[in-house]
Design a protein around this ligand. Structure first.
Ligand code: ZN
Length: 305
């Protein structure tokens, strides 16, 4: 009789990822401003783990450098970020990295533990860590800011968007109640957050501005200049004054329930991933990058009909 626990049967997963670049994030410092650039324009800056770890390293570098007073996060190419990588050749969910937190390696874990540990590290954990960077951060958003892209914009202190930017969290279509860093009801009032999530539609930059989710909206041609102007003004403020102000406001957000909301939502999020797997549809509810793009196109067609 076998006494082996099925849970001990670690799943051997191959890592088929092929990176198109060794520089998924670019880093530059000028006049006290560190510019951190997501650099997978061929894939609309989809975030694989290679990128999230490179972002984490870039932010740490910016924090450690006394010359850096402010950090700008931007995306190379047409779009800020299409979200988490769910379908490029560089999708590397089965790869191990030198982790930033104390959760254990996910790659040899069975059942729901695989995704729970992985997303705790590369999504929820890293986003919370970046939200609390003691230096001011500015997101410069053009084009798509979708799902995982929202998380990166939301962790920044200020969001400056171009007129063509749009914001969207379409993951309810996958059966999932929003992305891992569940700040929706803090970035938007609850009724708008429900509309945003239930319908999964694109929110224009103009409406995001009206809802208080972005600070400024400017024509695309002026986006970099506007961000530069704001970053330069931030860079002239005292470091400690900015750090303390940021901490106060972030702690107020936590007192308003941000951290507890995200902890709760993270559990629901992983019930959804596990539910999809129990149904045999996979943790994305039977969807992949292609089917999500197709569904988005259908929605747009329906609306124009
Ligand atoms: Zn997830």
């Amino acid at each position: 009789m076998s006494t082996q626990n099925p849970a001990d049967q670690f799943i051997q997963r191959d890592d088929p990822s092929v990176y198109e670049t060794q520089e998924p994030v670019l880093y530059a410092v000028k006049d006290g401003i560190a510019t951190v650039t997501m650099n997978r324009p061929g894939f609309n800056n989809a975030q694989n783990s290679q990128m999230t770890y490179a972002l984490d390293a870039a932010f740490r570098r910016a924090v450690d450098d006394d010359e850096v007073r402010v950090i700008v996060l931007c995306g190379e190419g047409k779009h800020f970020s299409a979200g988490h990588d769910i379908g490029t050749p560089g999708r590397d969910v089965n790869k191990s990295f030198d982790r930033a937190h104390l959760w254990w390696d996910h790659t040899n874990k069975p059942g729901a533990e695989f995704n729970y540990a992985r997303e705790q590290e590369v999504y929820l954990g890293m986003c919370r860590r970046w939200h609390d960077i003691p230096k001011p951060t500015v997101a410069m958003v053009q084009g798509a800011c979708v799902a995982g892209g929202l998380m990166l914009a939301w962790v920044c202190d200020l969001i400056i968007a171009s007129e063509d930017a749009f914001f969207q969290d379409p993951v309810v279509r996958m059966g999932i109640p929003g992305v891992e860093y569940f700040a929706h009801v803090h970035e938007l009032n609850p009724r708008i957050a429900k509309e945003f999530l239930f319908l999964g539609e694109r929110m224009t930059a103009d409406r995001a501005y009206q809802m208080g989710m972005v600070n400024r909206v400017v024509p695309r041609a002026q986006l970099a200049e506007e961000v530069q102007t704001i970053a330069t003004r931030l860079a002239s403020q005292p470091r400690m004054g900015l750090a303390l102000t940021k901490q106060v406001i972030n702690r107020v957000e936590d007192l308003q329930g941000l951290r507890a909301t995200m902890d709760m939502a993270y559990g629901y999020h992983h019930l959804a991933h596990a539910h999809g797997q129990l149904l045999g549809a996979g943790h994305l509810g039977g969807h992949d990058a292609k089917s999500m793009v197709a569904a988005n196109k259908n929605d747009a067609t329906d609306k124009n009909a």
